[in-house]
Ligand binder design. Structure first.
Ligand SMILES: Cc1cc2nc3c(=O)[nH]c(=O)nc-3n(C[C@H](O)[C@H](O)[C@H](O)COP(=O)(O)OP(=O)(O)OC[C@H]3O[C@@H](n4cnc5c(N)ncnc54)[C@H](O)[C@@H]3O)c2cc1C
Length: 44
């Protein structure tokens, strides 16, 4: 199993937004877990 400093659960608007923010502040060791598809709520 992959290890990471930060795990974001859910690739909805908040999860993806947090990923963008983490990249902008230089944090690279994070993963976003999604059980369905990116933006599942918006797609629905
Ligand atoms: C019918 C409807 C219409 C909407 N229309 C609009 C609109 O027109 N404009 C607008 O701005 N907003 C709209 N919204 C609101 C918008 O969808 C939410 O505000 C936004 O999606 C919330 O983002 P979020 O990241 O908090 O949650 P979500 O978008 O719900 O993302 C959560 C994600 O986490 C995943 N997830 C949950 N539990 C787990 C788990 N245990 N493991 C892995 N993944 C998991 C889900 O699959 C989902 O992809 C609408 C909502 C609904 C229900």
């Amino acid at each position: 199993m992959r290890k990471a400093d930060i795990i974001i659960v859910g690739a909805g608007a908040i999860g993806v937004g947090m990923g963008v923010l983490l990249q902008k502040i230089g944090c690279k060791d994070f993963v976003i877990l999604e059980r369905k598809e990116v933006g599942a709520s918006f797609m629905r």
